[in-house]
Design a protein around this ligand. Sequence first.
Ligand code: FES
Length: 105
Amino acid sequence: TTLTWTELCAADAVGDGAHKAFFIGTKRLCAVNHGGVFHVVDDLCTHGVAYLSDGYLDTDECVLECPLHGGLFSYHDGCPKGDPAEKPVRSYETRIVDGVVMVAL
Ligand code: FES
């Protein structure tokens, strides 16, 4: 499949150690800035209806904690890292071009 690089946000729109939701069209994504490197996953939890951007970000373990039941997901690859999370959230390649975070959809 061909990846389409799409603008997500300005690189300074998310501080180091912070996470935030962004929309591309109707697609809701969670962007994490960890040490100036951006990681992007689908924002909707795979266990229920909750947004990872509303939960806790743990940059020591590199996981997002779902605010509803505490499921953990790696923000590197979207893999489940703690119950009750079982199915991964989709993760996306990112790059920064001229101060803009680009995401490969
Ligand atoms: Fe996210 Fe249940 S809705 S862990």
